[in-house]
Structures are given as C-alpha cells and as structure tokens.
Ligand binder design. Structure first.
Ligand code: AP5
Ligand code: MG
Length: 216
C-alpha cells in the first residue's frame, strides 16, 4: 500500500528542507503546494496569476483551486508508492478533500509529523533563506549555507529570495497559520496520526526524530 506523510508546521519551520530529505530516503514523491504555485507563477499560467494575488499578501490561496492542483499532482505516476506532502493540507476542508482523494488512490494519511519552533526562530530562518530556482531546495546564510554563494548545491541552479519572505508578509503568514491551519493539529491528533517534533534541533536531528517517529 502507498505511504502518505503530511508535514505540518508554521512557515519557515523546515517542512521543505525535511520533505526533500525524506523523499530521497523513503523513495516517495515530494509534493509542495508552495513550490507548485511558484512554478505556475514562473510560467505565468492563469493559476499562477491567481495564486500570486494571495501569496504576495501572505494569505491562503482558495481551497477549491488548491485542492484541484493537488488532486492533479497526486495522479502522476511518481505518486504510486506515496508522497511526502509539504504545505498541504492547510485547512480542515483541504484535509477532508485529501482523505477523499487518497481513497481513490487506495491510500490514506499514514503519519503527520508536526514540526514546531517559536516565532523568533521562524522569522530568523526566513530572513536568511535562499531558495533554488529549479527545484525549491532551501538554504540559509546562517544555518545551512550553500557551498558556493548564490548557487544550489544539488542542481547548480540560481538561488533567490522569496517575495513573501519580507518581515511584514512573514508575520502575516505565521498569523494565517495559527488562525487557519492550526485546527489541523487537533484533527490529526484525534485521528491518532500526529507526532510532535522539536524543530529547534539541527536539520539532521529533526530528520532523525521524524524517521524514528514514523511507523512506516
Ligand atoms: P509555502 O511555500 O508552503 O510556504 P510556508 O508554509 O509558509 O513554509 P515555507 O516554505 O516558508 O517554510 P518551510 O517550512 O518549508 O521551511 P524551509 O525548509 O524552507 O507556501 C507559500 C504560500 O503559498 C502560502 O503563504 C500560501 O499563499 C500559498 N499556499 C501554499 N500551500 C497552500 C495551501 N495548501 N493552501 C492555500 N494556500 C497555499 O526552511 C526555512 C529556512 O530555515 C531555510 O533557510 C532552511 O535552510 C532553514 N532551516 C530548515 N531547517 C532548519 C533547522 N533545523 N535549523 C536551522 N535552520 C533550518
Ligand atoms: Mg517550504
């Protein structure tokens, strides 16, 4: 049976960083809703234009378009064994939609590592973040610098700073997480899927904690 892992946690906590590592280690697809939106923005699609109006303000993109985008992504052959979901679901409606989608693929959410860190750490991480243009790899000038400034260690593509990493937008994104996404903590706890992970540890330690908590 396919394995689906949902990484839950506020902006900047390290979901993307961990999702890339886990996807390599477990041989599962990495699905990042934020990366999919950024790809659409880069390609100037209609979805990209719509998403940009919400992302630039730090607001969530509406559920219907987000759900349709993920449903399409899950139908790709690389998701046959499962996926690491990074940034989706982000509302109770998205979580319900995910359950229905996975039934169609004869899967279910297996585990939900909830990565936590205090607000000041999140802001510090996002202000030092550099993101890779080709595949969304995350680096940090202080915590995880690339070997060569401005260049991705993994694919050699250019590193850029995200528009929504400005301090004001970051604060709004964190608020939106607490208002709209944090209800998923109790949702997945009630479904016995939630495992709490201390995101203040080093990248390697967080990976180790997630892997030892995963029963898959
Ligand atoms: P999205 O791209 O998903 O952004 P996010 O959830 O705000 O999270 P980030 O990508 O900012 O952080 P991350 O947790 O991935 O951290 P990272 O690993 O990079 O979403 C962007 C926007 O798209 C949303 O605001 C919304 O508008 C829209 N959107 C996306 N999904 C949606 C959905 N489902 N519904 C509706 N709208 C949606 O790490 C951060 C930094 O910290 C990096 O520099 C990294 O190197 C460093 N770092 C990582 N781990 C550690 C560590 N352990 N110690 C020290 N530094 C670390
Ligand atoms: Mg991310």
């Amino acid at each position: 049976m396919a394995t689906f892992i949902v990484l839950l946690g506020p902006p900047g906590v390290g979901k993307g960083t961990q999702a890339k590592i886990l996807s390599d280690r477990k041989g599962l697809a990495h699905i990042s809703s934020g990366d999919l939106f950024r790809e659409n923005i880069k390609n100037q699609t209609e979805l990209g234009r719509l998403a940009q109006t919400f992302m630039s303000k730090g607001e969530l993109v509406p559920d219907d378009v987000t759900i349709a985008m993920i449903k399409d992504r899950l139908s790709h052959p690389d998701c046959r064994n499962g996926a690491i979901l990074d940034g989706f679901p982000r509302t109770p409606a998205q979580a319900d939609a995910l359950e229905d989608m996975l039934k169609e693929f004869s899967g279910r959410v297996d585990a939900v590592p909830q990565i936590t860190a205090p607000m000041d750490a999140l802001i510090e991480r996002m202000s030092g973040r550099w993101t890779c243009r080709a595949n969304g790899h995350s680096f940090n000038t202080k915590f995880n610098p690339p070997k060569l400034e401005g260049v991705c260690d993994y694919d050699g593509s250019e590193l850029f700073q995200r528009d929504d990493d400005k301090v004001e937008t970051v604060k709004r994104r964190i608020q939106v997480y607490f208002d709209q996404t944090s209800p998923l903590i109790s949702y997945y706890r009630e479904h016995d899927k939630l495992v709490e992970i201390d995101g203040l540890q080093s990248i390697e330690q967080v990976t180790k904690a997630i892997l030892s908590a995963l029963n898959v």
